[in-house]
Design a protein around this ligand. Structure first.
Ligand code: TRH
Length: 364
């Protein structure tokens, strides 16, 4: 079947995740030989991830993706016979939406990532529309009954090739740090929300009997305590998204947050601590439990991740040394590799979405 045309819509709510996921998906679809156009309302946020982006241009093509300013979509025609991807229920421009019915479009509602089991029952369900345009829910997820996770086909091979090279050299080339970490240092990435229990984390790290390099992309968190013991807290530049994986591959333990950095840290196959985006009535804590059930980390690691999300300084200070102690640490590392390999055996979200849309087109 010939290529499909995808129009993806991205409204930035806050942070980088909305832009990060949409951009990654658009690139993936273009790499799969599809025509991909991304409409975004806050190009300056995407520019943090994609420094080549010209934020003043109404339209431009990067990595095979046509990127357009949201206001231009008000007057744009939906692709005839194409796919419109509304991400995270962002609501399409009304005139564009009205034009979809006459142009034989398929409408996809791409949802947020969750490990909860109800996702499997909702993935792929139709959502009947008054204007008759066929609309379907599409859920990323961790099982074959969901839309899967975004992954480029060469990702794990690139990872192996990178890890075969000296870590200190890679880190210096990527971050511009003047020195490499000592060979026995525990190297950690810290990408978290402002309410993370940093005091507990830093107290525990300073008390370890080995040097610790805690790498913080962007500005140093205001709550960060000064260096002490073997702990060094280092500000590094916020790297372009295309190189973010390389940063994860340099670290022994990755603290990540939100959605996209979580998925990338899973692919890194190294221990990770996930901080969820906070939701009303602590709904994120239910999501965390569902994810912990699937991840099956050793108990000390799961305890640390729970403490990080409560957020509880004292509990983190107790849980971190326990998670790093043998044999829990080796078990955590082994399970990280095993889960990565297990998940990499499933179809990736880009291919899965494409197959889903192709099937829908063939049955019309
Ligand atoms: O920025 P986030 O907290 O985004 C969140 C989540 O998506 C959340 O689900 C959503 O509801 C909320 O936004 C609005 O975390 P996330 O999803 O990990 O996105 C961060 C992006 O930034 C990701 O694409 C990786 C990228 N990144 C870099 O490119 N370079 C860097 O140096 C770092 C630290 C991150």
């Amino acid at each position: 079947m010939s290529a499909l045309s995808f129009d993806l819509f991205c409204r930035v709510v806050d942070n980088f995740g909305d832009a990060g996921v949409c951009w990654r998906l658009a690139r993936r679809l273009a790499a799969l030989g599809q025509s991909a156009r991304l409409w975004i309302d806050r190009p300056e946020i995407l520019a943090r991830l994609l420094p080549a982006l010209d934020v003043r241009a109404d339209e431009q093509v990067l990595d095979g993706v046509r990127i357009g300013a949201w206001h231009r979509a008000e007057h744009a025609a939906p692709p005839r016979g194409g796919v419109v991807v509304e991400t995270f229920a962002c609501a399409l421009p009304p005139a564009y939406e009205a034009a979809m019915a006459g142009r034989d479009c398929l409408w996809i509602n791409l949802e947020y990532l969750s490990a909860e089991s109800w996702v499997e029952g909702c993935h792929g369900l139709p959502s009947p529309q008054a204007n008759g345009v066929p609309k379907f829910f599409f859920f990323p997820g961790f099982t074959p009954a969901t839309g899967g996770l975004l992954r480029e086909p060469d990702l794990l091979a690139r990872q192996d090739a990178a890890r075969a090279r000296d870590r200190g050299e890679r880190l210096r080339a990527l971050t511009g740090l003047p020195a490499a970490p000592p060979a026995d240092a525990l190297c950690m990435l810290l990408f978290c929300y402002p309410d993370a229990p940093l005091a507990g984390l830093c107290a525990a790290l300073a008390g370890l009997d080995r040097p610790v390099w805690l790498l913080v992309p962007g500005a140093r968190p205001p709550a960060a305590p000064p260096d002490r013991g073997g702990l060094r807290l280092l500000s590094i530049p916020f790297v372009p998204q295309a190189r973010f994986d390389e940063l994860l591959w340099c670290c022994d333990l990755n603290f990540v947050r939100g959605e996209d950095s979580l998925v990338r840290a899973i692919w890194a196959g190294a221990p990770l601590v996930w901080q969820l985006y906070r939701q009303a009535e602590d709904a994120h804590l239910d999501k965390l439990e569902a994810w912990l059930d699937r991840a099956r980390w050793p108990a000390p690691a799961a305890g640390l991740i729970r403490a990080w999300n409560r957020p509880d300084d004292e509990a983190v200070a107790r849980a971190l040394p326990a998670a790093l102690r043998e044999p829990a640490w080796s078990d955590w590392r082994a399970r990280s590799r095993a889960w990565r390999d297990e998940l990499a055996g499933q179809a990736d979200l880009g291919q899965d979405l494409l197959d889903f849309c192709m099937r829908r087109h063939q049955t019309r």
